[in-house]
Design a protein around this ligand. Structure first.
Ligand code: FAD
Ligand code: NAP
Length: 492
């Protein structure tokens, strides 16, 4: 393993030429493998000849005076975007409006976790517990203005974006399929100029347009294999945004065509829905950890979507474009016993599960639920503590008398860390009884080591309770997974 900086440079120096020949060979064998061009390669001069997209500017008078609905504008903009994923549906399913923004963590916590409630704007979408909603975040308007000004763009101009080779031109040269939209709207809805870091190719293209010699040299160095580590430290490690990079190299005047191609795409963010359509009709609840961290150069960086959501208030009446999806957690039938494991924000989908079962229990029998929750400190990070505790009392969903249970692991309340997997091992007999009764396991939360540690704890349970080896237990759990009774939703 190479762990010195010197080692890294040597490693990069060897890797880059190898990668260059590898990608070149692949590209020569079949250029179709590279629908967006070979920009995964270390670009060569002939690759950087012209951008792959063309911007057509339309005079305002020629733009049809059509009043587009908000969802049409999003569809048009995202449909034209080079960053559009092939599976992405450009048009949002609907819009949500925030009705509640509540901090769940208490003063003194090292985290800021929020409970958000939303209502549907005009059309309502049906969803099930365990589903995921994707939100398109908004970027800081003044940063968008700064980007447009920095790039000498006319925010009011109407544009269409089309791939160079398949320009959708009619016989008289008119654009036939795309509807022009305002440049500023296109930037706001499709280009992440304020948060994501650009890729190395961006620096290479910038170097072509730098007029100050020292900037050109610096950009060429960043784009070279020798400069790769320094670029990583300057760019990715500092989470430098496109706007910040452009501001650091003021002589660069980069054409909009290139920006459209190279600025990272603005991505919707996924969240596990924490409400139940039965318990919270026409509402969507989310449980969101507000992301922020300090970079090596002591800059505070904030997650784009989570910090934007945290900044919203219900009074603002902002329509948030959303897409609903099935995630990895299928809605369980009420007759299915459940073993739920959801540390931190991983409790989100299970709040929906429990709330839903509590309603179902009013009219028909429901199967028992064991829930393992974990957080840093009981006093400050115990998300929805009242909700879980109310369901552990007097015949509640998680009560012993209903055959269920609620188990907490407060990792930092004692010198040695206690995690959900420790609690699973402590409850070995009951967990095994549940599994023998046909229970399904659901795991949600941080994608670090948690899901594999939980799996390992369950292997211990199966092997201890059956007297079999860990290998046999592992195969048994794999079969459970195959049968759709072991479901994991994990995120970073
Ligand atoms: C299916 C699914 C369900 C999800 N459900 C939930 C949920 O219920 N609740 C929830 O809170 N989140 C959930 N997420 C995560 C969510 O989608 C976002 O990734 C998260 O909110 C951060 O988005 P953001 O825009 O705020 O941050 P971004 O602007 O996307 O920034 C996040 C990125 O910043 C970097 N970063 C973050 N912390 C650090 C650090 N300490 N050091 C260095 N770099 C760092 C990482 O590169 C990270 O990927 C889910 C994700 C998926 C895929
Ligand atoms: N970038 C990172 O490295 C990183 C790491 C974690 C979280 N995050 C951010 O935080 C969000 C998730 O936060 P969250 O509130 O859901 O979770 P969280 O607060 O980070 O974790 C919840 C609980 O899980 C514990 N935990 C840590 N490792 C575990 C493991 N291997 N097995 C079982 N439990 C474990 C934590 O303990 P301890 O914290 O005491 O160990 C804590 O008690 C993510 O969206 C991400 O943005 C980032």
């Amino acid at each position: 393993m190479i762990n010195t900086h010197q080692g890294m440079i040597r490693y990069e120096g060897t890797l880059d030429p190898w990668m260059l020949s590898f990608w070149s060979t692949l590209y020569q064998i079949n250029p179709e493998y590279f629908p967006n061009g070979p920009d995964v390669m270390i670009p060569r001069d002939e690759v950087i000849d012209q951008p792959k997209y063309r911007i057509l500017y339309h005079t305002q008078e020629k733009v049809e005076p059509k009043l587009l609905a908000e969802s049409d504008i999003i569809q048009k903009a995202r449909g034209m975007s080079p960053g559009k994923l092939s599976k992405e549906k450009s048009e949002p399913d609907c819009f949500l409006k925030m009705t509640r923004n509540e901090v769940l963590t208490k003063a003194g916590s090292t985290k800021d976790v929020r409970h958000f409630e939303f209502q549907f704007v005009s059309s309502t979408m049906e969803y099930e517990v365990g589903d995921v909603v994707e939100l398109l975040p908004s970027q800081n308007p003044s940063a968008i203005d700064a980007f447009i000004e920095r790039c000498d763009l006319d925010p009011e101009s109407f544009i269409t974006v089309c791939p160079r080779e398949t320009e959708n031109m009619g016989s008289r040269g008119e654009v036939t399929t795309q509807f022009p939209i305002k440049l500023k709207t296109f930037v706001e809805l499709t280009m992440d100029v304020t948060s994501a870091s650009p890729r190395r190719y961006f620096f290479e293209v910038m170097s072509l347009y730098a007029t100050a010699e020292h900037e050109k040299e610096r950009l060429q160095y960043f784009a070279s294999s020798e400069g790769r580590d320094d670029l990583y430290n300057y760019n990715q490690k500092e989470r430098r945004s496109v706007l910040e990079v452009l501001e650091d190299f003021p002589s660069v005047k980069i054409p909009f065509e290139w920006l459209v191609q190279l600025v990272p795409a603005l991505k919707p963010r996924a969240f596990s829905i924490s409400s139940s359509p039965l318990a919270h009709p026409a509402q969507v609840h989310l449980t969101v950890s507000i992301v922020s961290w300090i970079t090596p150069y002591k800059r505070t960086r904030k997650g784009l979507c989570s910090s934007w959501l945290a900044s919203l208030t219900p009074e603002q009446e902002i329509n948030i474009p959303v897409w609903f999806h099935k995630g990895s957690l299928p809605a369980p039938p009420q007759s299915l016993p459940l073993i739920l494991v959801g540390p931190g924000t991983g409790c989100a989908p299970f709040r929906g599960f429990i709330a839903e079962r509590a309603i179902q229990a009013q009219s028909s029998p429901i199967a028992p639920v064991m829930f393992f929750f974990g957080c840093r400190n009981k006093d400050t990070d115990f998300l929805y503590s009242d909700f879980w505790e109310s369901h552990t009392r007097e015949g509640g969903m998680l009560s012993e008398e209903k055959g269920g249970g609620f188990y907490t692991a407060f990792s930092r309340d004692q010198p040695k860390k206690v995690y959900v997997q420790h609690k699973i091992r402590e409850m070995s007999k009951k967990v095994w009884d549940f599994l023998c009764d046909g229970a399904a396991v659901y795991v949600a939360g941080s994608s670090t080591k948690m899901p594999s540690d939980v799996m390992s704890a369950l292997e211990d349970v199966v092997s201890e309770e059956t007297g079999g080896s860990k290998e046999v237990a592992s195969r048994w759990l794999k079969a459970l997974e195959k049968a759709g009774r072991y479901n994991v939703e994990a995120w970073s």
